[in-house]
Design a protein around this ligand. Structure first.
Ligand SMILES: CN1c2c(nc(N)[nH]c2=O)NC[C@@H]1CNc1ccc(C(=O)N[C@@H](CCC(=O)N[C@@H](CCC(=O)N[C@@H](CCC(=O)O)C(=O)O)C(=O)O)C(=O)O)cc1
Ligand SMILES: N[C@@H](CCS)C(=O)O
Ligand SMILES: [Zn+2]
Length: 769
């Protein structure tokens, strides 16, 4: 029989229950026991959903209170000494690594958090020492949760981050220079011990995730698979059967690694992203190995096209026989919302087009049956075919006016009127900014008061006028605080925005949006990606009213704030019937009109955020990357190039890994770039000198993900480090990203130190001049 399996289930619960419980615990509103009990309730509920749907192989240890990679840092006792020395409870130590800890006399920053492959999920980077050791944590979480499931009547397959991926996704701690992969010998015995304990607990098989196999790998990393998996195979029946899982790309270029898995029971591959890898993968499998065929998309919300999936599955079954094929989600479902059933406001025609996690779980089970017994699921197959046909035939997707405008785009529309030096001279006159200008990235605290008022407005409990007045008052507050802090370029604070992408999605034609479709972004933070269902256009200005009001009450330049086309695309659920470059250009044209309207209304500094530009980069180097960068950069330029020379275009990226596509960042031709830098080595900025980057840069001087307020000295030290790589006249002083997740007292504390540090350097360099 063909079996069905799920690689991981969303953790948050129907109503973001985990977010609420975590945040209540952090605010000292519930006890540790209550939080752990809520975690258990969610795990049991999620296992039940999968069992009830008829899924054969249900994951455990996919749940995490903050992040699953962080779980493994604690599992392998790879916790840096600065946390262990605080003698916190294991749960508080865990959260301290995830989000920093500044209470009860303990003051320790968070570990670095970065994007999980090309998704909008963030993981905590294993941070390793020169003298790193590993050992298995007491009462290991995967064993504990396996037993918890077993006691409740669920036989599960534990999910682990593989030893090679764990190390390859890690980094040396500041002050250490170890190449994490050289620590493999020390990690593998701990791994084997963990697998033995799982087997003893009753686990028949484990899913070991080695997603780094989709990357171009360094020879050292490639070579690590053999010893790691041979050691696991050598443990024989003392360990569970191993399914090695890869996702988000193809692994054909790493086939030379596959002999390392000859002792494994099977291999999982992503056949949504790369269906063409099926044939070559089938040829690589050993005589008894299983193929776990990822055909149900873990990254998008479109209903599975059963006919297409069945074609893939039949090919696999023909080659291997039904016993050696598992129907699976392409990746963990943490990238999809919990259930479509919560959506009461979607137009009825489009409702039928979607599947969220709960529905995808059913799709996996149905497909597994359909491969060998189509008659048993005849009704489901027919309903699916009808839904797919309705989607294909829909008129919603096609807007001739949008297509007409796209056909008329010219190369000249992508370029500013003059090169940077000419523009900058005009901007300098126009904006009269000091050396080391200070600014913020856009958002200020989204207080519960703001969320409550927005919720009341959405429900019709307050009028549009009342809500507008409330937003104006929030903008007034933001301006007043910036006056007090003495910042140089102001922002209006984005109080009217629920989210930087959802807000635009709600104002553009071609989108639909949801009420409950939350997806975890990091820790307790979730996003509700809008869904692109058709051609995109802008029916009316989207941000002009708020920016214009903010500028009218501000004595300093007010930055207009937009989300760029690539980010709007990447952080939405995109269409799958039209190439992403086409959708991105439609977004760019809509945003171009907004940029020009802002300028017409007296906004002369405009930031167009593109934090998702890096994340969209194809995971492997080569032609695909270049093609992506071409349309992504062109879209940004098309969106921003309609303004006069004297208008200053900013862009923002909250990541520090730009070395490998620096030419694209430079090609954006933004006058000022703000980037994330506070948690990485300032020497990453060297690329700006090496490449003789002429424009202005604001490397973030503090980590906004943590509630911790850095000291003045920390700011000065960070700026000093940056000045080793950037010219003083190029350097802007700003945080890593927006401040929406912070509280006002944290923001005021941190920004007052930031401004004081900027003034210190301003004075120092003025004296030098
Ligand atoms: C910059 N980042 C972003 C990413 N992706 C995005 N789409 N947006 C981003 O900003 N990716 C990379 C990073 C990740 N960072 C963050 C930072 C912060 C959040 C965050 O704070 N998310 C919020 C939810 C935001 C939101 O949409 N809020 C809505 C709904 C608010 C709500 O919860 N309403 C309640 C009722 C109201 C009440 O009574 O309180 C409800 O619906 O139940 C809004 O403000 O209107 C979060 O809370 O997680 C995400 C990613
Ligand atoms: N302007 C946005 C950018 C986040 S990446 C903000 O400040 O929240
Ligand atoms: Zn950001």
């Amino acid at each position: 029989m063909v079996q069905s399996s799920v690689l991981g289930f969303p953790r948050m619960g129907v109503l973001r229950d985990l977010k609420k419980a975590n945040e209540a615990y952090w605010a000292d509103k519930i006890s540790q026991e209550a939080l752990l009990a809520e975690g258990k309730r969610l795990r049991l509920a999620h296992w039940k959903i999968q069992k009830d749907a008829g899924v054969d192989i249900i994951p455990s240890n996919d749940f995490a209170h903050y992040d699953h990679v962080l779980d493994h840092i604690q599992l392998f006792n790879a916790v840096p000494e600065r946390y262990t020395s605080q003698k916190l409870s294991p749960l508080d130590e865990y959260f301290a690594m995830g989000r920093g800890h500044q209470k009860g006399g303990v003051d320790v920053p968070a570990l670095e958090m970065v994007k999980w492959f090309d998704s909008n999920y963030h993981y905590v980077k294993p941070t390793l020492q020169d003298n790193q050791t590993f050992s298995l944590a007491k009462d290991p979480k995967p064993v504990r949760e396996f037993l918890e499931a077993k006691e409740a009547g669920f036989q599960t397959r534990p999910v682990l981050v593989g030893p090679v991926s764990f190390l390859a996704l890690g980094k040396a701690d500041r002050g250490s220079s170890v190449d994490p992969i050289t620590l493999l010998d020390k990690l593998v015995p701990v791994y084997v011990e963990l697998l033995k304990q799982l087997k003893a607990a009753g686990a028949e098989s484990v899913q070991i995730d080695e997603p780094v196999l989709v990357f171009d790998l360094r020879p050292e990393v490639k070579a690590a698979f053999k010893p790691a998996y041979e050691a696991i195979a050598a443990a024989g029946d003392a360990v569970p059967k191993v399914i090695v899982a890869t996702y988000f790309g193809d692994i054909v270029h790493n086939f030379d690694v596959l002999p390392a898995f000859s002792g494994a029971a099977g291999l999982h591959v992503d056949l949504v992203r790369n269906p063409e890898q099926l044939e070559p993968v089938l040829k690589q499998l050993g005589p008894n190995q299983i193929l776990s065929a990822g055909v149900v998309d873990g990254r998008n919300i479109w209903k599975n096209d059963f006919a297409k999936s069945l074609e893939i599955l039949q090919t696999a079954v023909k080659a291997l026989g039904p016993e050696r094929v598992i129907v699976a989600t392409s990746s963990s479902l943490i990238h999809t919302p919990h259930t479509l059933a919560s959506e009461k406001k979607l137009p009825s025609d489009v409702y039928e087009w979607f599947s969220f996690a709960v529905e995808k779980v059913k799709e996996v089970a149905t497909l597994a049956k359909a491969v060998t017994e189509p008659e048993a699921v005849k009704a489901e197959l027919e309903a699916n075919a009808a839904a797919i046909k309705a989607r294909t035939d829909s008129k919603r997707t096609n807007d001739p006016a949008v297509k007409e405008r796209q056909a008329q785009v010219t190369p000249e529309q992508h370029n500013r009127k003059a090169p940077f030096n000419t523009r900058y001279a005009e901007q300098k006159k126009h904006l009269s900014l000091p050396l080391f200008p200070t600014t913020t990235i856009g958002s200020f605290p989204q207080t519960s008061e703001i969320r409550v008022q927005r919720n009341k407005f959405t429900k019709g409990e307050i009028s549009a006028e009342e809500y507008e007045r409330f937003i104006e008052k929030e903008i007034e507050l933001a301006v007043k605080i910036q006056d007090e802090l003495d910042l140089d370029v102001y922002v209006h604070g984005e109080p009217e925005r629920n989210d930087m992408v959802q807000y635009f999605g709600e104002r553009l034609n071609g989108y639909v949006f949801t009420t409950h479709a939350w997806v975890q972004s990091y820790g307790s933070r979730c996003v509700r990606p809008p869904i692109i269902v058709g051609d995109i256009s802008r029916p009316a200005p989207m941000t002009v009213k708020e920016s214009k009001y903010a500028a009218s009450i501000s004595k300093k330049p007010m930055k207009g704030m937009l989300t760029g086309p690539v980010t709007c695309l990447r952080w939405s659920f995109p269409r799958v019937d039209v190439h992403q470059s086409v959708q991105c250009q439609q977004l760019a044209l809509a945003l171009r009109d907004e940029v020009v309207d802002l300028e017409k209304n007296g906004i002369y500094v405009i930031q167009v955020d593109e934090p998702a530009l890096r994340e969209g980069l194809p995971l492997r180097k080569g032609q695909e990357r270049e093609a992506y960068l071409k349309w992504a950069v062109d879209s940004f330029k098309l969106a921003t190039a309609g303004v006069e020379n004297s208008t200053q275009i900013h862009s923002h990226f909250c990541y520090s890994e730009f070395q490998d596509f620096f030419h694209a960042i430079a090609a954006l031709d933004a006058d000022v770039l703000s980037i994330e830098n506070s948690k990485s080595d300032a020497k990453l900025l060297k690329v700006f000198i090496d490449e003789e980057y002429p424009r202005h840069i604001g490397p973030g001087v503090y980590d906004i993900h943590s509630p911790r307020v850095p000291t003045l000295e920390e700011f000065k030290q960070r700026i000093e480090e940056m000045l080793a790589y950037l010219k003083p006249e190029q350097l802007w002083i700003n945080p890593d990203c927006g401040l929406k997740t912070r509280k006002w007292d944290e923001v005021k504390g941190a920004l007052s130190h930031m401004v004081e540090a900027a003034k210190y350097f301003r004075e120092k360099y003025a004296n030098k001049a």
